[in-house]
Ligand binder design. Structure first.
Ligand code: 13P
Length: 248
């Protein structure tokens, strides 16, 4: 069994002051454990403060929520994989559904971001997931596999071994309507089979995300093929995040 990965995606919440206060409180109550990995994805501007507040906690991983699909140059407002790495990030969310569906990110851009992240030694956390209408039309598998194949296509075998995959059905994100453990298990099995076909080692974890809360986290984490959780709303509050992180 893989050690579960519990990842907090703070989205557009928690500035430097709140992020630092959160990490100080969290570190005071969560002792390092070698049977799980905890990751934080603060806003880029809160990243340094969050990391500094957790100084000395090598067990916690910090990443950014997005990077540019360009390495450098005239791209006002963007952050590159190289800059994120220089700032101390070790991982990055790529292709989150909000990037895809709110900001119109394409599979080609996601592929470029994965390639740039890997080239700069940031582990890509590649997010995939279908929208409600796609699920209702029976297209879940087709959409998830298309996104997955695009994201990993340009990675070398060595880079693929450093991936994390997150299955986040769009209809479950921020809606309070989580996938059932059986729904998640079914899609995770499809993702795992494709990863194997692509030569990606079984050590690569597949996380579930979408309305994970302290009360449903244990059952989702116990579902077949679910190796961790990517959490939005329930990661914003120290109490509820401690409860999710302590699940299982
Ligand atoms: P919620 O947990 O708020 O549904 O968000 C899930 C998510 O998008 C994590 O990346």
């Amino acid at each position: 069994m893989r050690a579960p990965v519990l990842a907090a995606n703070w989205k557009l919440n928690h500035g430097p002051t709140e992020a630092a206060a959160f990490l100080r409180a969290f570190c005071g109550r969560y002792a390092p454990r070698d049977d799980r990995t905890v990751m934080f994805f603060p806003s880029a501007l809160a990243f340094a403060a969050a990391r500094e507040a957790a100084a000395g906690r090598a067990d916690l991983r910090f990443g950014v929520q997005n990077v540019a699909a360009h390495d450098r140059g005239a791209f006002t407002g963007e952050n590159s994989a190289a800059i994120a790495r220089d700032a101390g990030a070790t991982c990055v969310l790529v292709g989150h559904s909000e990037r895809r569906h709110v900001f119109g990110e394409t599979d080609a851009e996601t592929a470029e971001k994965c390639a740039l992240a890997a080239a700069h030694e940031l582990d890509p956390v590649l997010c995939v997931g279908e929208k409600l209408d796609e699920r209702e039309r029976g297209e879940t598998e087709r959409v998830v596999l298309r996104q997955l194949r695009a994201g990993i296509r340009r990675l070398t075998a060595q880079q693929r071994a450093r991936l994390v995959i997150a299955y986040e059905p769009v209809w479950a994100i921020g809606t309070g309507r989580n996938a059932t453990p059986a729904d998640a298990a079914a899609v995770h099995a499809v993702v795992r089979a494709e990863l194997r076909a692509e030569g990606v080692p079984d050590a690569v974890p597949i996380l579930y995300g979408g309305s994970v809360k302290p009360d449903n986290a244990p059952a989702l984490l116990a579902a077949d093929g679910v190796d961790g959780l990517l959490v939005g709303g329930a990661s914003l509050d120290v109490e509820s995040w401690l409860a999710v992180v302590g699940a299982r």
